[in-house]
Write a protein that binds this ligand. Structure first.
Ligand code: AMP
Length: 398
């Protein structure tokens, strides 16, 4: 189905064309017509499926022309808010609609300027939005389209009270869209309260890893984890690697060691200042840093083209985080590799992941690495790292 058949306005279609999109993705095909009909919506879709455009394109079509602030988008993290605001700007370039970005960690000056200038769409994180509401620099009286994105993540972070307060400040006669990767009971309860007779869309792939990604486990002892990471990096022909650590402290430690080993490394976690976070992300995107070490703040939704490898230094405790982390590579059908380092203690998390995604993950050894204890490799023969991987790809350092 072409974009032209979805009911989008001509200027929005021009924006889509300028982005180079030719056909809508499944979530777009299902969500766009429903949103244009004014329906409330609960959608669960894997990140990377085009869900931002699934809500942004119909939102821009419904808004039509510059007026008051009528659309509010809530995002759990600053990075996601910035990314979604950029998407709105890109798609709206042939309209006169204006979008403002409100998140913490930066001064109020620019945000106040944008609000005074007049905006149609606000993309915000809950904390900073509440500050603006308290200071009466923004009101939500005209909001007729409320979009709650990454709701499960928002609740994980503890934003439920803030989200509820913000929702109650919006007019009750409004359209509400709800996007969440998972729908546990707490979220269903919130949806029942905030939405009216919603249409449900499940793009049922949030349990699966994109087929373009190959992923494997590397059993190793805790003491040898860093050595194995270093050896993997040495033998891997990567352009950009995203390494996930369970803790902020761990991320710092890994980054420090990798820097000492002459890698150019960015670090992204919640204890870093907003400027540091933006610099890390833009430096990683531009190729200034070949490696980024991050906590799960980067695992959801952040769109980084060209990540060739994801390495889980720690096994994620929540199976859905595994899918999100791995989803950072292999986006838009490019082939990506994902490795997870596993200690014996972390095996139980692996079992939960395998159950969640519904299949076993290969356990491999790195040839030539001197293991202190024989690793618990259950299946497949080890990959040959001497120039050619088992898929005929070359694995070597640039
Ligand atoms: P999202 O799931 O919103 O994070 O989108 C993931 C990526 O897919 C982004 O880089 C979008 O620009 C891109 N994208 C969204 N919709 C389409 C489409 N219909 N065709 C091609 N790329 C798209």
């Amino acid at each position: 189905m072409p974009f032209q058949n979805l009911g989008l306005s001509a200027p929005v279609l021009r924006g889509v064309q300028a982005m180079g999109y030719t056909v809508p993705t499944p979530v777009q095909i299902r969500a766009i017509p429903a949103i244009l009909q004014g329906k409330d919506l609960i959608a669960s879709a894997q990140t990377g499926t085009g869900k931002t455009a699934a809500f942004a394109l119909p939102a821009l079509t419904l808004l039509q022309q510059h007026g008051t602030c009528r659309c509010l988008v809530l995002e759990p993290t600053r990075e996601l808010a910035a990314q979604v605001e950029t998407a709105f700007r890109d798609y709206s370039r042939f309209t006169d609609l204006r979008v403002a970005l409100l998140h913490g960690g930066v001064g109020y000056g620019n945000q106040l300027k944008e609000l005074r200038h007049g905006t149609d769409i606000v993309v915000a994180t809950p904390g900073r939005l509440e500050d603006h509401l308290k200071q009466r620099t923004l009101h939500l009286n005209d909001i007729n389209l409320l979009i709650l994105d990454e709701v499960d993540r928002m609740l994980d972070i503890g934003f439920l009270p803030a989200v509820k307060k913000i929702v109650s400040r919006c007019p009750s006669a409004r359209q509400t869209l709800f996007f969440s990767a998972t729908l546990p009971p707490q979220i269903v309860e919130l949806a029942n309260w905030a939405l009216h007779d919603p249409i449900k869309i499940e793009i049922g792939v949030n349990r699966s890893v994109a087929s373009s990604v190959t992923h494997a486990l590397y059993p190793v002892s805790q003491l040898q984890k860093h050595d194995l990471l270093r050896a993997l990096l040495e033998k891997t022909d990567f352009d950009s690697v995203l390494i996930f650590s369970r803790t902020k402290h761990g991320a710092d430690r890994i980054a420090t060691r990798l820097k000492a080993e002459n890698h150019s490394v960015a670090v992204l976690h919640a204890n870093r200042s907003q400027n540091q976070r933006m610099e890390a992300l833009s430096g990683f995107k531009s190729g200034k840093y070949e490696v980024m070490v991050a906590t799960d703040i980067a695992s959801r939704g952040i769109d980084i083209a060209g990540v060739t490898h994801v390495i889980n230094y720690d096994v994620p405790e929540h199976p859905e985080d595994y899918v999100h982390r791995i989803g950072r590579t292999g986006r838009a059908q490019s082939v990506g590799d994902a490795f997870t380092l596993v200690t014996r203690e972390e095996e139980r998390h692996v079992h939960a992941i395998e159950y969640f995604i519904g299949r076993k993950i290969e356990r491999l050894t790195l040839e030539g690495f001197s293991y202190a204890q024989p690793p618990a490799v259950t299946s497949v023969a080890s990959v040959r790292w001497d120039g050619r991987g088992k898929r005929g790809r070359r694995f070597r350092r640039r």
